[in-house]
Design a protein around this ligand. Structure first.
Ligand SMILES: [Zn+2]
Length: 219
């Protein structure tokens, strides 16, 4: 089978480890990992009309509307070298955005990382962060040497305001409502790849690699 350029998006709920997997995939395939957040920061730093609009939403902690998000992605993607392939993380977040992306670039693979809500809550609500150096710990998966204190700088570690169970449940609900339907969209196109995210990081990664090798993508 002819080798294909990895032109992929990766999506999954918070806590699924999609950021980590995106990074690992980008390294293995030697393609850029393009985070939606990076595109937004680039637009804002240019202080364009669009960028200033985005800033208004960000500073108020609001989600920018689809048309604004689409416009920023369209502008910023043009500035990235996509010729050797890429992995997009954080965009699209809903089917409308997925349809918009199809007008901009050719997507050949959509990687969906699945975890249950219960697991997402355990992973996210157990997170603690050092108040000083911002190192992340976890009650179950990454405990500090001394309970309640950072192993690196000795300062207290605390739960972040957006990691409470209530906020996590709200985010998961939004994910199921808006983002999860993208799975059907990409399945219909025949490019959906789903992996079980409730395994150690290395197993999830091997799962993805094995599955995409069968589809003709080789590093
Ligand atoms: Zn610290």
């Amino acid at each position: 089978m002819k080798q294909k350029n990895l032109q992929a998006i990766i999506f999954g709920p918070q806590g699924s480890g999609k950021g980590t997997q995106g990074l690992l995939l980008a390294e293995r395939f030697n393609v850029p990992l393009i985070g939606a957040g990076d595109l937004f920061r680039a637009e804002m730093s240019q202080q364009s009309t669009l960028g200033n609009l985005v800033s208004q939403y960000v500073t108020q902690g609001l989600l920018a509307p689809d048309d604004l998000v689409d416009a920023v992605v369209a502008r910023q993607l043009k500035k990235v070298d996509l010729s050797k392939g890429y992995i997009l993380d954080g965009y699209p977040r809903n089917v409308e955005q997925a349809m918009h992306l199809d007008k901009l670039v050719k997507i050949k693979l959509a990687v969906q990382i699945k975890i249950s809500d219960d697991e997402a809550v355990i992973r996210l609500s157990g997170r603690k962060q050092c108040v000083k150096c911002k190192t992340i710990y976890h009650d179950k998966y990454a405990q500090p040497a001394k309970k309640g204190f950072c192993s690196l700088c000795g300062e207290p570690i605390v739960q972040r305001a957006d990691d409470t169970e209530k906020v996590i449940m709200q985010r998961l609900k939004a994910y199921h409502l808006l983002t999860a339907p993208m799975a059907s969209y990409y399945r219909q196109k025949g490019i959906l790849l789903t992996v079980n995210g409730e395994q150690p990081i290395q197993y999830v990664f091997e799962d993805i690699i094995n599955k995409i090798a069968k589809l003709g993508f080789l590093p």
